[in-house]
Design a protein around this ligand. Sequence first.
Ligand code: UN1
Length: 508
Amino acid sequence: MEDILNQLGIRSQNHGTATGTNWVESSGHTIASFSPVDNKQLATVITTDEAAYEKAITTTQQGFLEWRMWPSPKRGEVVRQLGDALREKKEALGKLVSYEMGKSLQEGLGEVQEMIDICDFALGLSRQLHGLTMHSERPGHRMYEQWHPLGIVGIISAFNFPVAVWSWNAALAWVCGDVCIWKPSEKTPLCALACQNIVSEVFARNGVPEGVSTLVIGERDLGERISADNRIPLVSATGSTRMGKAVGAAVGARLGRSLLELGGNNAIIITPDADLKIAITACMFGAVGTAGQRCTTTRRLIIHNSIYDTFKEKLVAAYGQLRIGNPLDAANHVGPLIDTDAVSHYLAAIEQSKKEGGHFIVEGGVLEGAGYESGCYVKPCIAEAEPHHSMVQHETFAPILYLMRYHTFEEAIAIQNGVPQGLSSAIMTLNLREAEQFLSHAGSDCGIANVNIGTSGAEIGGAFGGEKETGGGRESGSDAWRVYMRRQTNTINYSNQLPLAQGIKFDL
Ligand code: UN1
C-alpha cells in the first residue's frame, strides 16, 4: 500500500487544510486513518482549527470572484482534464478507496469510474446551463431567465462513498461557476487528500485560482461550522438522517439552501411473475455489496406468498456461497464494516430484531481468526420479520436483510412505502401491469424506482436522491445542476413607453 500512498502524494503525516495547491497551517488535533481491512494505521492528518478554517474560507471567497468570470465551457475543459487525470490514477485511487474504506476493489474502481463519468457529464453540461425565455404581456418587452453561480458550495460527504459523492457535487458545482469547500468523513480522510492532490495538479496547470477546491478535515463540529456559515449559500450533505436533520435545521435557520442525501431503507418486491434468476442476483448484490453500507443497500424483501418459500430457499443457498474477507482479494464478495463501532450497531440491531420477533434464517455474527483480526468482518444475515418491527423501519448500515410476505399487490406497495425513508425501490416482475402500477403515482414513493434491477448501483446520468427522511435532495445527473445555481428573471423594455404589468396605469 505504501507505493499507492506515494503515487497519490500521501505521506505518513499530512496537513488536512488546503485551498488548492496551498496547504494551510493548522494547530488542530491529529486524526489517524486505520484500515478496517487489517487495522493498520495508514497515515495521520491534522484537522482544521478555527483560524485555518477562516483563512481557507477567505481564499475560497476570493477564488469565487475570479472563477465565476471564466466562461462555463472553459471551466468544463478543466473538469475534462480532471477526468483524464482520474483515468490515469484510477487503479491507485480505487485501491486506496478499497483499503481505507473496506469495499471490494471492484467497487473501489467503480467509484472512481463514477468520478470519471461525472466529469464527462459536467463537461457536456458546461454548454447546456440553459434558462427559458418567455413572452412578455407588455409590448416592446422581452423576458428571459438566466442561471448564475451561487458562490461557495459546502460538501459534507460520508465514509461509504469517500470519493464519488464529492465528485458528483464538485464537478457540477465547478462548471456552474461555484467553488467548493469539502469536509469528507473523518473515517476516510486519505481518500480526500488523494483527490485534493489530483485536483490541485490539474487546476495549477490550468491557472485555476486558489480557493476553487478547498479541503477541510474534522469531525461533527466542523460540519456544524459549515452548516451555520452564511458565507456558504448551499450545503450538500450525505449521511445519516440524524446528521441531515441537524444540517438541514442549521442551514434552514439562516435560510440557506441544503441538498440532503440521507438514509435509505430500500425494498425489492418479488412478485409471482419475477424472473427469479435476475431477482436473486439483484437481491444479493443489493443486500451484501459494500457490506450493506450503501444508502441504496437492499434492506427489505417483500415477497409474494406463493413464491415465498422457493425464493427464501434460493436466497439462503446463495448466502451460503458468499466469501467474506480481504476486499482487495477479488475472490471475496464481502469486505469489512468501516470500524468496530459499526460492528456494535450491527450486533445491537440483530439483538433488537430478535427481541421484536425477528426470526433469523441466516445467522449473523462477527468473524474471528486469520484474516479477520481487525474485528470488522461480519456475516451477512437474513431475518424473517414484520413490517412494523422497529428494526425493519430503521436503517442499520450493515448487511442485515429482512424478509416479509405479501398477498395482494396493494399490500406490497403499502409495505414498501410504509417506512420513514424514501430513497430507492425495485420490483421484480415480467407483468406489465404490475410494473406500471409500481411506477405510477399510486406506486413507489421513492426517489428511485426500478423494474427488474436492484435498488443499488444507480448510474450518474439520472438525478440521485430520495423523499421523506432521505431528505429530498437530488445530485448528479438530469437537471440536478440547478440547485448549484441561482435563477434570475430578466425583463427588458426596448420600447419608448413604460407600460406597467397587470394593466396598471400610473400617470403623472
Ligand atoms: C451512497 O451510498 O451514498 O446507487 C451513494 C448507488 C451508488 C451511489 C450510492 N451509485 O448505489
